[in-house]
Design a protein around this ligand. Structure first.
Ligand code: NAP
Length: 312
């Protein structure tokens, strides 16, 4: 059906699911038989780790991917012993162009078929574009955009052929406005929002859904790694990773194309179309500037940093 929708003339040959670069349904067509398997990128901390735990609560077998092997093994051992599920930990740097194909190769080798793909791995770089390290900027685009797109392209055809599957792409509310001091991050998340919504439309009627989760500031390693812990954005109204993950999981299970995490973020998103982009850029810059010389803000920042650390 998916193929027909994209081939209105019905003149092209049927898709060859066994193409070397795509996961084939024959790689383990489990039809409706359980258990199902979910692949979560960026599962070593924060929102990804919480999503992995929630999926384990729902008895999904898991493939966890990130660079930090020790963290992945710790999470894998905990979830296996608590839930009796199978957890495969794959340590991989997703900023490498070869990573998605290598990952697919490892899945094939282990005869693992992916029913749920969670594209969660991502990071930001705080500071002006012109002063950021070039290789870190390119890595950001690889992890946040290229890897997410490539993995989706590799795993989606198998889901469509099996007529079932869910894809959860973790974007950000930052995808809705330009972000001075996090320029490439906001632009990368704008890609994820646009890509996910387009895909959700293309996949209608196939049994496969795409959900775009848009968190706002959330406790995790994210802010510290981006150098944003002392920004206004992370000094107030920071959500817990677990709550954000629950929102994403529920939206994915309901087949919703989009989920904005938290009422405050939803209200903020409602006003965005009403404000000219250059004004949004002005306020976004203030949002990411480091706060100084305000004792109450300093105390809040310290408290938030401790809570984020406690979750890593
Ligand atoms: P986090 O605690 O820093 O987690 C990021 C995850 O991505 C980690 O597991 C990290 O694993 C993985 N990752 C980063 N670079 C990678 C690479 N090169 N290769 C493989 N894995 C990599 O931050 P988080 O908040 O949970 O972030 C999860 C997602 O939420 C990201 O896409 C982020 O953009 C989005 N988000 C976060 C916030 C927020 O305020 N926290 C807000 C909006 C959106 P390793 O370091 O072990 O590789």
């Amino acid at each position: 059906m998916w193929f027909r929708a994209h081939n209105p003339l019905e003149l092209l040959p049927a898709p060859r699911w066994r193409h070397a670069h795509e996961q084939s349904p024959a790689d383990g067509d489990s039809a409706s038989s359980s258990p199902r398997t979910a692949l979560v990128t960026g599962a070593s901390s924060g929102i990804g780790r919480e999503l992995a735990k929630i999926l384990a609560d729902h008895r999904y077998n898991l493939v966890l991917v990130a660079r930090d092997r020790d963290q992945l093994l710790t999470v894998a051992a905990e979830l296996e012993s608590r839930h009796g599920i199978t957890v495969t930990a794959i340590s991989k740097d997703l900023s490498s162009a070869e990573a998605p194909e290598e990952l697919l190769g490892e899945l094939r080798q282990r005869s693992i078929v992916i029913d749920v793909l969670v594209n969660n791995a991502g990071f930001a770089l705080g500071g002006e574009f012109g002063s950021a390290d070039v290789s870190r900027t390119i890595s950001l685009l690889h992890v946040n955009v290229v890897c997410l797109t490539h993995l989706t392209r590799l795993l989606m055809p198998g889901m469509v052929a099996r007529k079932r599957g869910q894809i959860l792409n973790v974007a950000s509310i930052a995808g809705f406005y330009p972000g001075p001091l996090t320029a490439c991050y906001n632009a990368s998340k704008a890609f994820v929002v646009s890509f996910s919504l387009a895909l959700a439309n293309e996949l209608k009627g196939t049994g496969v859904t795409t959900t775009c989760l848009c968190p706002g500031p959330t406790h995790s390693r994210f802010a510290e790694r981006a150098g944003l812990s002392r920004s206004k954005a992370f000094s107030e109204n920071v959500m817990e990773s677990r709550v954000v993950a629950e929102i994403g999981f529920s939206a994915m299970m309901a087949g919703k194309p989009m989920a904005i995490a938290g009422l405050r973020n939803k209200l903020r998103m409602l006003t965005i179309p009403l404000v000219p982009a250059r004004i949004l850029a002005h306020f976004s810059r203030r949002y990411h500037e480091v706060r100084r010389g305000n004792a109450r803000a300093d105390a809040r920042i310290q408290k938030n940093a401790q809570r984020s650390k406690a979750q890593t």
